[in-house]
Design a binder for this molecule. Structure first.
Ligand SMILES: Nc1nc2c(ncn2[C@@H]2O[C@H](COP(=O)(O)OP(=O)(O)OP(=O)(O)O)[C@@H](O)[C@H]2O)c(=O)[nH]1
Ligand SMILES: [Mg+2]
Length: 361
């Protein structure tokens, strides 16, 4: 899974990228904000950590998310092919929005997250519209040469999308059949991508309440409730300090701000929910590992996420919820208690399942 970090200049994009990926960027990288940074964030998961405490595996592998910090967005940047290329290739966008007050860091006009969201959204739509207009011209020409039911369908969809964009609504909100979606897949439209608005808020002693209220306070609730949209608040400054601390210090630091967990955890969790993703685990003495799959994935496909051979030669999945396994203390006990189940190919894997795939390969 790949997420693109976008936003206006100087809103905290690179700071967020660094916190997420724990990347140490050189001065050079900071001096070149137009250069894309690419890194991998480990998905924190307490359930996996507790399974590892039971198995003491040789290897512990968290799920990961790739982040691309593309640099500040704008109509000009969106005309550059490398910039556009990076953005088109992501599965989701994280739009960092400035909500922090700091007179020493420039921002155009007063702090107004909703205005900034609308402006950036507008840029994404203009970029998509340009692409659609070009394609409409092309298809029109082709249709004059020869009739094709398929092209006609595409033409209708393009015109519908064009009208939608012209009324200043993102393609995320366009009603599309699965067939329509397939037609559009190759275009990789920017305003069609699921989006997470990340409000970067000011540091305060009551950060806990501040974060919880930020979305409604800045009037982002409505845009975040649109299709394939979500919002989360973080405080870049506090998270940056957290990232440097040991776990024990971090816990104390968090509670001094009235917080239970780091903002990053919430951010990653919100991204999973936005994209309809869940985790299942494999656990053993060799490795404990988290795997990311879409909601409603069948057991046989989940096996395929681990290895294509497991999918091909799938027999059954020994299945247990992570907390039931911890309660039982071992797979053998769980089997004796009857909490370890044998599931077939069609079983829909649930978030937090521990699977052991039996196969004939
Ligand atoms: N006060 C305050 N400053 C912040 C916060 N987050 C980031 N900054 C500061 O804002 C400035 C810009 O941060 P960056 O992370 O480089 O922002 P950016 O969006 O990557 O900027 P460009 O790539 O130049 O568009 C830096 O000086 C940061 O230290 C925050 O939560 N509070
Ligand atoms: Mg930057």
């Amino acid at each position: 899974m790949k997420t693109g970090i976008i936003g206006l200049p100087q809103v905290g994009k690179t700071s967020l990228f660094r916190i997420l990926t724990k990347a140490h960027l050189s001065e050079h990288a900071y001096a070149n904000p137009r250069e894309a940074h690419i890194g991998v964030a480990k998905v924190p998961d307490d359930r996996l950590d507790r399974l590892a405490a039971l198995y003491h595996p040789k290897k512990l592998t968290h799920a990961s998310v790739e982040y691309v910090d593309v640099g500040a967005i704008g109509q000009e940047a969106l005309k550059e092919s490398t910039y556009l290329g990076h953005l088109r290739n992501v599965d989701a966008l994280a739009h960092v929005v400035r909500a922090f007050e700091d007179p020493s860091i420039p921002h155009v006009g007063p702090i107004d997250p909703l205005r900034d969201i609308k402006n950036v959204e507008f840029d994404l739509m203009v970029s998509d519209l340009g692409q659609i207009e070009k394609r409409v011209e092309r298809v029109e020409k082709d249709l004059k040469k020869m009739r094709s039911a398929d092209l006609e369908k595409e033409f209708d969809l393009l015109k519908r999308a064009k009208a939608h964009l012209e009324s200043e609504r993102a393609l995320r909100e366009l009603e599309m059949t699965p067939e329509d979606k397939k037609r559009f897949r190759g275009f990789m439209f920017l305003s069609e991508k699921p989006i997470l608005y990340v409000l970067n808020v000011s540091e305060s002693s009551e950060l806990g309440t501040g974060l919880a209220n930020a979305v409604s306070k800045h009037k982002v609730t409505e845009v975040a409730s649109r299709p394939s949209s979500a919002a989360a608040a973080i405080c870049g400054k506090v998270e940056a300090e957290l990232a440097e601390m040991s776990d024990a210090d971090a816990a104390e630091f968090l509670s001094s701000y009235g917080l239970k967990e780091s903002g990053l955890l919430r951010l990653i969790r919100t991204t999973y929910a936005l994209l309809g993703l869940i985790s299942f685990f494999t656990a053993g003495e060799d490795e404990c590992r988290a795997w990311t799959i879409p909601l409603h994935t069948r057991a046989v496909e989940a096996a395929g996420a681990i290895h294509t051979d497991l999918e091909k030669h799938f027999i059954r999945a020994e299945t247990i919820r992570w907390d039931q396994l911890l309660d039982a203390g071992s797979e053998a006990n769980a089997r004796a208690h009857g909490t370890l189940r044998l599931e077939g190919r069609e079983y829909i894997v649930q978030d937090g399942d521990v699977l052991h795939i039996r196969h004939s390969g």
